[in-house]
Design a binder for this molecule. Sequence first.
Ligand SMILES: [Zn+2]
Length: 155
Amino acid sequence: MCDEMLRGLGKWLRIAGYDTAIAEPGSADRQILEMAAKEQRLLITRDRDLARQRLARGRVLLLSEQGMAAWAAELKRKLGIDWLYRPFSRCLLCNCPLCPGPGPLASLLPEHIVRDPDACWHCPTCMKPYWAGSHVRRMRNRLRRWAMNDSDAKV
Ligand SMILES: [Zn+2]
């Protein structure tokens, strides 16, 4: 689970295929910690005050680095996150596992993609379609860099 400040990192964890909750905007610390406990999630945060609370004991990873590439390296080092775990298997908006095929919003997709049902997926909750286009290639390249990067190099 990522707190609101780490929403971007949470989306990248979903893109890599990890089951990731993201705290709702404006959630109180207590709500966030209770949700993490109830769903048995590890909370990732940069908020020292949040990490210091009694409810946080044993359930919080406090990130010390700055910036996405450094956090990616920190998660790989501390939690063994594999950035190529199951790329593009979850909706980055809802965290739901994706279903094969274009789904009900097929009309938004390029025609040659819709004709090849193996090249597209959709979210069963928000219906957002995903397909193997150039944006997916770019994201995959970024995951590949993070997966191979053994140092804390700022990329
Ligand atoms: Zn969705």
